[in-house]
Write a protein that binds this ligand. Sequence first.
Ligand code: GLA
Length: 773
Amino acid sequence: MLFLSMTWTVERFSRSKKLGGNNAMSRGRRTLLLLCLLLMASLLSAHTLRADNSIRTDAKISYDPQTHVFRLAGADISYIFGVNERQQLQSIYWGQRLPDADSIASVHSVGGSSSFDPPINATQQEYVAWGGGLYVTPDVKVTFADGNRDLVLQYVSHQIDGNHLNILLKDVQREVYVTLSYTVDAETGILARSARIENRTNAALTVEELNAATWNLPAASDYQLYQLTGKWAGEWNLQRQSMHPGKTMMESRRGSTGDEINPWFALERGVSQGEQSDDVWFGALGWSGSWQIAIEQDYVHQTRITGGYSGFDFAYHLAPGESLHSPTFYAGFAQHGMGEASRLLHRYELHALVPQRANWRPRPVLYNSWEATGFDVDEAGQEVLAEKAARIGVERFVIDDGWFGQRNSDHAGLGDWNVNSKKFPHGLKPLIDKVHSLGMDFGLWVEPEMVNADSDLYRAHPDWVLNFPGRPRTEERNQMVLNLARPDVRAYVYGVLDHLLSSHDIAFLKWDYNRNWSEPGWPSAALEDQKKVYVDYVQNLYGILAQLRVAHPGVEIESCSGGGARVDLGILQLTDEAWPSDNTDPFDRLAIQNGFSYAYAPGLMMSWVTDSPNWVNGRATSLPYRFLSSMQGSLGIGANLNQWSAEEIQTAKTFIAQYKLIRPIVQQGSLYRLIEPSGDSPYVVTESVSRERQQAVVFAFLHSSQQRLAYPPVYLRGLDPEVNYRLKVLDGNLNGSVPASASGAFWMHYGLHFNLRGDYEAAALLLEKEGVQ
Ligand code: GLA
């Protein structure tokens, strides 16, 4: 585009001179000028693209029949592997994109250094079965009916279709096939890998491990491993440790994703702890059941990451002709540190994964009274709150827990999804109509996978829960887990939700899941099929969500699990946002949101403004501080509006109006973590830059002023250095005389100087490119 306008300018310039008749440019001079302009244009466009963290946006897959090398390229990355002399797939390279013209030699397996290191372990295998002396984590492990447990996979054939590649592998002897699937994303270079094992023998076999992929990294001794760990009300803690030879196992045995550790990793090479520098390899699993990611480093620092179904208690029976798919493992490479790694992942989630990918619209501002009213919801009370919510600018009104069955506390009612006639004597319709008349859409809380012992559903179907016959059934929060793997339970859950959505005008479901599994028995299944529960449950969950989305295309869904215990790239393909934590304290949230942002886009993160002091920790904070903390994600209000003063209502109105202006930047833009939360520092600053670098929003927070220290200068990133941005202070103060408008270079190098003093103070700014409305 820039190139076109430059050539047009040269043309026009030379033509106008010709028309004037005098001093017409010589052909040579014109060519020189054109070349200079072309050079400028190419430098500028290269710069533009680089600042946006993506030099190229194309994807390509090729296979060289001479060398048997596969080359996958997308955006700035190349991913290369080959078929070696043993017909095994062997990793060659994963990193910055290499020119196509550079030739890559065929690959040979690596010998071990002694009789204790068989070559099968020393060779960087793309996908390897347990057999033939393998000691590292296998991608797949099976037991055959005749007692044989040895499986050795070899390359058979492949198929390339645009940016997809399928490779067929087969056991050296038996009719067991594995199809590996690769997709490379043109915009981010992120790869999606999965595997499918198929039993074409004439006897059943049992799959005991099935991983999606192994990712091999260059051998190096200076890797830093990043993980996200947590607990209820304390999710998304970023952990960082040096890698050394040995194995780190990340896993959930909970039946679902879990918040103890999220199925995401990043490995940074080097020690700069760089938001901006260092090579980073990162990845995340798309699976909402028990999962594992094994990170192994051998004695020569070869590092491999293998992920898929948790191998714990796993056994999937495959009759002749049957097959089993692994989850999908997504991974990418960033040359500019952890900041770029997150931005690539965010972009991938938003444009390639989430249901709204093709048709994004800003997340609406939501109201939910859970923290204000608990189970005490009824028609009159909710109507009053709805009126107040509409007045401050809320766009979606949600009833949380307590509207159904005998649900007056968490002791009863789960499973009985009929409207409680004491609380809503006329059903939900009058309230929904009221909400609509106030200009908002309507949402509802559900927890469809659970049942209380005190419910009509459990009284009618005690056999529907996960259980081992005759054994205790452990309850958590007084509830048990329905066995969604059972076809009748799946049909019931779908039927209930379909009915609810068909008979009411509902735009949004908050889909909760408030405990993990225990006694994961499936007694009604054939003995050899009972452990299929780990896979079939989650597949049915996905199936229900997918079916509901087709039947009710307008309905949006939030994934909640007592906070952030079910956030992963699997559930996010079927839900529109996630609830990161029940902890709504705005200061704690800064760290929670920061951790969340390492793996998931801010636009997918619901964040409520609630009452002060906060119920979690008794901390009191001002309303502006609470708003600015929540405005870094998808904004919700979870406070008791009946107790807000006229002044608070006015404050809320102002912030919500401001949020509506900046939300496309926050929800869809590139996030820069300028100062991250840390116990050692009272400062936190984030910046979001819109895709075209037209606008940026900056949020700055102060925990507590200490020793009259000034707020450190804040240097913005990701702006266009050449153009001017107008500054608008949304809230808070800056120090000294600040220009109303200055270049991107000024804001990035001279910086901003916030004037924040006191405790729990915050500020927010908007920068807009000159000339943009
Ligand atoms: C979970 C959710 C909360 C709320 C309650 C209702 O804890 O995380 O937001 O919906 O359930 O019981």
